[in-house]
Design a protein around this ligand. Sequence first.
Ligand SMILES: Cc1cc2nc3c(=O)[nH]c(=O)nc-3n(C[C@H](O)[C@H](O)[C@H](O)COP(=O)(O)OP(=O)(O)OC[C@H]3O[C@@H](n4cnc5c(N)ncnc54)[C@H](O)[C@@H]3O)c2cc1C
Length: 505
Amino acid sequence: MLDLYNKLEKIVNAKYISNDIYVRHAYSRNVDLVLQGVPDIVIRPKDAEEISEILKVANEENIAVIPRGAGICEFGGSKPIGDNGIVLDLKRMNKILNLDEENLIVTVEAGISWGKLNEYLCHYGLYTGCMGPGSGMSASIGGGISHHSVGGGGCAKYGACTNQLVSLEVVLPTGEIIETGSQANRFSKIPFNRFGNGPDLAGIFCGDNGIFGVKAKISLQVFPKPEFADYKTFLMPRKSAETAAQIMADIRNKGIDVYDAMFIPDVVIGVGSPQGLFPLWDHIKKKRGIFFYTIEANSEIELKEKTKQIDSIISNTKSEYLGPEISNGNIAKWHYKEQGHWQFYHNLWGMFPSMQPLTAECFCTINAFPEILRDIDQWDLEHNEDMQKIFNITKIRPISGSGPVVLIDGTNVEITAGFVSFWGYYEDEFHEIIEETNLKLWKSLLERLIKHGTQWYMMGDFMSRLMVDIGAYSAEFYNLMKSIKKRLDPKMILSRGKFNFWGEK
Ligand SMILES: Cc1cc2nc3c(=O)[nH]c(=O)nc-3n(C[C@H](O)[C@H](O)[C@H](O)COP(=O)(O)OP(=O)(O)OC[C@H]3O[C@@H](n4cnc5c(N)ncnc54)[C@H](O)[C@@H]3O)c2cc1C
């Protein structure tokens, strides 16, 4: 290991490599506290060339390398699987390399956050359209592209962040550096188009969860931020999931161009309000579901017309308008005007001290989500015995359900589902019982949702292997993915173990 360390230290400055036990443990988890893998070494490259050298050494030594942006994967994707490997921390690569104002394309290093990039763009009246994930204040652009992230604002209008991708500079697992799209032509001076010059090779790195290559540079389309916007929040009638689904379907059927549309189920309002989840929810006494939308426009007339169209859909549903100000409970205004789109989920994650969200975030169609939400309630009833086991020890019963449901591309929504459960240290053998029961419950809920045909974008350690273990992939699809992996990464060093691609250890 010392030999490996010395070889790597020669590539980066000594300041940017560590095998210190505290550093290794700091990089051993992601946002979930459940899955852990302690790396041997943590290293922070400065560019594609250094990444390439690191990967060449890792191949010589046959050791796993795990790319990491901000490390906020919810399924353990940016830490090793097992205790070994090199964590490649990309947060040092956080520069904006070029803003092509004429062609509306920005080129950045992969480790920059959505927050930092958009803070820069707003000085030019621009934004990234899809604002990345809800964790965008720290989550990296490289992590977003590797996850197909969506949900941090603007996703009903712009879809997932990979829709805005123009070109990538990627370091392949064996160290070669390639560029995609317009940049596949060596004579092209600026990135301007993702498709063409042959097949869409950028596509295989989108949502790859870091298994096919390390993104070093990313070019994205950017958009002028429209001058006008309106945002309204409504308290829903009973059976709010069905009503919200109907509103979303009508929005799509009528071709109304919304920027965001979100449903927050009554369980989140009911449980969250007394916890002070959002102070502005104090106004919402009835604890029913909430629906909100944001619309953008280039003129007042356009805005009025669009708002009229969407309000006429909502007026048929007996929903109650909460008023224009944030203090009236207008979450939509807070979401759009006050960067609430990046704060919203943080409050959910930190709602109960010592409780750990074990999430099941996925995509499905608008018309499928009410049934899926009902089935999560049913799953809870069926697993009462295990839930009770945790209650008997901690006096806190896990809470399952769905958080916000967000309209994304086409007729799809993103569901933030799962359960929160006790996960602090608990004395003696009780700790193990809690740990085992939580993992069993998490697996069973994920399996249940996979069998609804849901689609997973953030897969990491846990989800990528579960899909394979329960036979969710067709043999033909999985074999093709495996043969691409073998061709690109013969020793399977990059993110070793994800999707059960282990290689020879
Ligand atoms: C409060 C909260 C809210 C969230 N909201 C959302 C949401 O709305 N939508 C959503 O999609 N997700 C959400 N997430 C999950 C997660 O934060 C995002 O998916 C985010 O995009 C991950 O970015 P990251 O930089 O933390 O990536 P990491 O966790 O560091 O990495 C993610 C994956 O990409 C790989 N990777 C990272 N960088 C690179 C690179 N440069 N090259 C190759 N592979 C790389 C890693 O190996 C890993 O597999 C949320 C999480 C939290 C805690």
